[in-house]
Design a protein around this ligand. Structure first.
Ligand SMILES: *Cc1c(COP(=O)(O)O)cnc(C)c1O
Length: 403
């Protein structure tokens, strides 16, 4: 696999930098700073120490025995749910906050949908003594009131966004507006492998610790590489974080699971590959859900973290290349996956992660087809990225009939 993106931030025909003139120079400043930092041993050491002492890495690669029995395969869970603040998002938040401090920025802004990225950002800002302002749609604030309060406990200001659909994409618009105005003092800490170059590459690099650990851990535990990796895909950061270290391992298949929501009608899901086509949103070209007039479509998922109309540009590239397979799991199956993992392993997964679990519970799924083709006479070996813990989702799940 070639090392991507190219100097202009392109992954094949995807990615790039589609922003107003006023954002070009802050993006270049960020790119220069990041290119220096990632070659600097002192920065690397600072990041690695933070991951170990604050985030709690390495996270375990857990052999899920009862789930394995149920699925007829050997299944390991990469336990990102055990990260500080409850999901993988803190890996990236820590990396970018350290970079911001190095750049002499005293203020951090971020957007958040479900609130997980906001909480991770507020947490690392408290750690490093940085001012923190988080933009959040008023609809999301209502749905995720507890996370709003958590951010405030960490000293962040949560600014309501009352425009558009009052959700994540509107919060991103507002954060970009703030960044243009306050770029001297402010770093925009973006939460997934989205947005203009260098964000998709930088966020991937900060998250790729997941796959580097998992690769080492599975080799130690099993003496071989897995047949298939599985992860849920919102913007695409936990999945690319797991997949990246394995991209050159030709025998390792990868499956990304998008939100199938309530069905394949536009507006009812967030399956960008099944229901979308090429378009530009928030500074990058990728697959995008839009209507006939080119208006960005509404999306739906029971899990707020998978509910975004576009997908990281590197995923678009790897999809077209056929290196990664993508599929979707709907709300009902995700809720079943949630319940099954609770009962089988005593682990409460985030509803996002439950999409990946559900995909493995289906014996006819692409995961098992890929695994069988590769494993021959041996038992299939599968790693699921458990991107986060489900405490935040208990109220949502309680509102549905028992699965
Ligand atoms: C935000 C989130 C996701 C989706 O974001 P990605 O960038 O696709 O990883 C998935 N799982 C959890 C637990 C999240 O908080």
């Amino acid at each position: 696999m070639p090392s991507l993106p190219d100097a202009a931030g392109h992954f094949g025909e995807y990615g790039g930098k589609f922003v107003p003139e006023t954002l070009m120079s802050p993006l270049e400043e960020l790119e220069d700073a990041y290119n220096q930092a990632r070659r600097d041993d002192a920065f690397k050491k600072e990041f690695e120490e933070g991951l170990r002492r604050y985030v709690g890495r390495p996270t375990p690669l857990f052999p899920a025995r009862r789930l394995s029995e149920r699925c007829g395969a050997t299944i390991y869970l990469k336990r990102e749910d055990l990260c500080h603040t409850g999901a993988h998002k803190i890996n990236n938040a820590l990396g970018q906050a350290l970079l911001a401090r190095r750049m002499g920025k005293s203020r951090i802004i971020a957007e958040t949908g479900a609130g997980q990225h906001g909480v991770a950002t507020a947490s690392v800002c408290a750690l490093l003594g940085l001012e923190c302002e988080v933009y959040m749609g008023t609809e999301d604030m209502r749905r995720q009131a507890l996370n709003v309060y958590r951010m405030e406990l960490f000293g962040a200001r949560v600014t309501p966004v009352d425009s558009g659909s009052r959700t994540l994409k509107d919060a991103i618009n507002e954060a970009m507006r703030d960044w243009v105005t306050n770029v001297e003092t402010t770093h925009y800490l973006l939460g997934s492998v989205l947005g203009a170059h260098p964000y998709p590459a930088m966020v991937r690099d900060f998250q790729s610790v997941i796959g580097r650990e998992a690769r080492r851990q599975v080799l130690k535990a099993e003496g071989r590489l897995p047949h298939v990796l599985v992860a849920c895909v919102g913007g695409g950061s936990n999945s690319i974080g797991l997949f990246h270290a394995f991209l050159n391992d030709e025998d390792v298949a990868m499956v990304g699971v998008e939100a199938g929501g309530k069905g394949m009608q536009l507006g009812q899901h967030a399956a960008r590959f099944e229901g979308g086509s090429t378009g530009i949103l928030h500074g990058t070209r990728s697959y995008l859900l839009h209507d006939d007039q080119g208006q960005v479509a509404a999306t739906h998922s029971v899990s707020a973290g998978l509910d975004y109309p576009s997908i990281g540009p590197e995923h678009a590239y790897l999809h077209d290349l056929g290196r990664i397979d993508y599929t979707s799991v709907g709300d009902d199956r995700a809720l079943q996956g949630f319940g099954e993992l609770c009962r089988l392993e005593g682990i409460l997964p985030a509803l996002e992660s439950a999409h990946a679990v559900a995909e493995c519970l289906d014996p006819d799924s692409i995961v098992h087809k890929k695994a069988l083709r590769r494993s021959g006479s041996r038992k299939p070996l599968i790693i699921i990225n458990l991107s986060g813990r489900g405490d935040k989702d208990v109220e949502t799940v309680r509102g549905f009939p028992k699965k």
